[in-house]
Design a protein around this ligand. Structure first.
Ligand SMILES: Cc1cc2nc3c(=O)[nH]c(=O)nc-3n(C[C@H](O)[C@H](O)[C@H](O)COP(=O)(O)O)c2cc1C
Length: 189
């Protein structure tokens, strides 16, 4: 295991298009981290996550390939940031798929997944078209409650507004982005 100061902040992005608003907002947030904090990026829309199968009471097979990459990256991370557009008041399918696989990993005690999440900060970054502030509430509640249930540290959410790629760059959330993640670099020894 790397020393805590060398561990990356892990960004899972989940937009179905490249260079979208969520990615731009997440990148702006990453600029608030000091240079010595590495960032790891995994685009869930571009990696081949297998379908989730609920095999209970049996345990799922050892995660391999893209799934294994996600598990290793989470274990190695000092913090996890989920960066996803709002789709139908919720999240794009690849992010849901990842979270379903987390359930399977929790059923495999030997993976030590739950222990690896303990007290790890979890943050959410979203973008949406509708400026109504209640639109991302359900999505935020899903991740906040999941963080609490998993024993992670809920870091909070940053919600951007925009529809065409780049719209978010002229909104207040974009200006606040660098401050949003900065606390992740503090208090780690
Ligand atoms: C399938 C789909 C569903 C969407 N659902 C919503 C929605 O429920 N509320 C909303 O405000 N915007 C919705 N949008 C708009 C996107 O959230 C918006 O375009 C956002 O900027 C996309 O982020 P991205 O550029 O990172 O892909 C939807 C877009 C798509 C493609």
């Amino acid at each position: 295991m790397q020393p805590a100061t060398e561990r990356p902040v892990l960004f899972f992005t989940a937009s179905a298009r490249p260079e979208g608003n969520t990615l731009r907002l997440a990148r702006a947030a990453a600029t608030g981290l000091p240079g010595e904090v590495p960032c790891d990026w995994i685009d869930l829309d571009r990696i081949d996550l297998p379908p989730f199968r609920d095999l209970r009471p049996a345990a799922p097979p050892e995660p391999e390939a893209a799934l294994g990459q996600c598990l290793s990256a989470i274990r190695a991370a000092r913090a996890v940031v989920l960066a996803a557009p709002i789709y139908w008041y919720g999240f794009p399918a690849p992010l849901h798929l990842l979270l379903s696989h987390w359930s399977g990993w929790l059923d495999t005690a030997a993976l030590g997944f739950l222990a690896s999440l303990k007290d790890k900060p979890l943050a959410l970054i979203t973008a949406r078209a509708d400026p109504d502030p209640s639109v991302p509430e359900t999505a935020e509640a899903i991740i906040r409650r999941s963080a609490l249930w998993l024993g992670m540290q809920w870091h909070g959410a940053l919600h951007g507004i925009g529809d065409a790629p780049g719209d978010v760059e002229s909104t207040p959330a974009f200006g606040q982005a660098a401050d949003f993640l900065r606390p992740l670099a503090q208090g780690i020894s």
